[in-house]
Design a protein around this ligand. Structure first.
Ligand code: CP
Length: 309
C-alpha cells in the first residue's frame, strides 16, 4: 500500500483501511509479545503546537514498541523556534533532515497539507485546529468494527461540539466509504455540524439527520459518539460556550435508553459531558478501549509508512 503523507480522511478508501486494520490486529499481538524491532534505527519526530495526551504519547509509544526512536517538541509554539518567528514550512524542512517521519499537531486547519507540500519525509497529521484528525478517525472506525462487528449499515449519533470537533469531521469522511451508514447529528445550535460535511455526505448519498433530542435517538443507534464542547475554540464568545455546555450529557438515563449491544465512544479528553460515576463501569462505555486502540492503529500506520506492505 503506497501510504506517504496522512493529511485528511478523504484520502483513505475501504481497501486501505482494511489493510491498516489487519496490521493493527497484528500489532495487538506484537504488544502482547513486548514489541518488535522492525523500525530499529528509524526516527520519528513529534511536533505539537497544541496540547495532547493520547495522540502524542500513543504515537511515541507506537514507535518505541516497534524498536524506533523518538525526538519531540511539545508546546512547539513556545519551545521551538516558532517562538522566534520561524515559519512552519522552514521548521518542517529542518526536522525532515533529522527524522524519517514527522507527526504534526497544529492549531490551523490545513497546516498538515502545508507541511506535506514541503516535506521530503512523510507527514502524519495529529490534528489541525478545527479541521481534521484523520488518525483519530481511523482508530474510531477500527474500534467500531471491533466492538460492533460491522461497518456497513452502522447507525451512529454524533453528539456535542460538531462545529469544532475535528474527530467527528474526519469520522464522517471515513464512514462515507461504507455501505448505508446512518448518521444523526445531535448538537447545540451554536456548534452544529458545518455545511461542508453535510454537503459532502449528501453528495455521496449518505443518510444524515439533525436531531435535537438525544433521548429520542439513543435507542436507534449502534454508537453514541460523544464529544467535548471545546472551550478553547470559542475565544471571547463566552455566552455561546455557556449555552452549548451541558446541553447533551451521557448519564444513566441515556444508558437505559440504549440497546444492550450499543456502545458509547468519546475521543477524549472529557470534561462533564459523560457522568463518569454512572457510565464508566457499564460494559458499553468503550472510550478507554477506544483510546487504547490508538496505539495499535498508530503502530500499523508507522509500519506501513516506513516499511511498506
Ligand atoms: N483524542 C485526542 O486527540 O486526544 P489528545 O488531544 O489527548 O491527543
Amino acid at each position: 500500500m503506497p501510504l506517504q503523507h496522512i493529511v485528511e480522511a478523504q484520502q483513505f478508501d475501504r481497501d486501505v483501511m482494511a489493510q491498516i486494520f489487519s496490521v493493527a490486529r497484528e500489532m495487538e499481538q506484537v504488544v502482547k509479545r513486548y514489541g518488535s524491532n522492525i523500525l530499529s534505527r528509524r526516527v520519528m519526530a513529534t511536533l505539537f503546537y497544541e496540547p495532547s495526551t493520547r495522540t502524542r504519547l500513543s504515537f511515541e509509544s507506537a514507535m518505541l514498541r516497534l524498536g524506533g526512536d523518538v525526538i519531540t517538541t511539545e508546546s512547539a509554539q513556545e519551545f521551538s523556534s516558532a517562538a522566534k518567528g520561524e515559519t512552519l514550512e522552514d521548521t518542517i524542512r529542518i526536522i525532515a533532515g533529522y527524522a524519517d517521519v514527522i507527526v504534526l499537531r497544529h492549531f490551523e486547519s490545513g497546516a498538515s497539507k502545508r507541511a506535506a507540500a514541503v516535506s521530503p519525509v512523510p507527514i502524519i497529521s495529529a490534528g489541525d485546529g478545527p479541521g481534521q484528525h484523520p488518525t483519530q478517525a481511523l482508530l474510531d472506525v477500527y474500534t467500531i468494527e471491533r466492538e460492533i462487528g460491522h461497518l456497513d449499515g452502522i447507525r451512529i449519533a454524533m453528539v456535542g461540539d460538531l462545529a469544532n470537533g475535528r474527530t467527528v469531521r474526519s469520522l464522517c469522511y471515513l464512514l462515507a466509504k461504507y455501505e448505508s451508514p446512518q448518521i444523526f447529528f445531535v448538537a447545540p445550535e451554536v456548534v452544529r455540524m458545518r455545511d461542508d460535511i453535510k454537503e459532502y455526505l449528501t453528495r455521496h448519498q449518505i443518510s444524515w439527520t439533525e436531531v435535537s433530542d438525544l433521548a429520542q435517538v439513543a435507542p436507534q443507534v449502534d454508537v453514541i459518539y460523544q464529544t467535548r464542547i471545546q472551550r478553547e475554540r470559542f475565544g471571547d464568545r463566552v455566552g455561546d460556550y455557556e449555552q452549548a455546555r451541558g446541553r447533551f450529557i451521557i448519564d444513566r438515563g441515556t444508558l437505559e435508553r440504549m440497546r444492550d449491544d450499543a456502545i458509547v465512544m468519546h475521543p477524549l479528553p472529557r470534561v462533564d459531558e459523560i457522568v463518569a460515576d454512572e457510565v464508566d463501569d457499564d460494559p458499553r462505555a468503550a472510550y478507554f478501549r477506544q483510546a487504547h486502540n490508538g496505539l495499535y492503529v498508530r503502530m500499523a500506520l508507522l509500519r506501513l509508512i516506513l516499511e511498506g506492505d
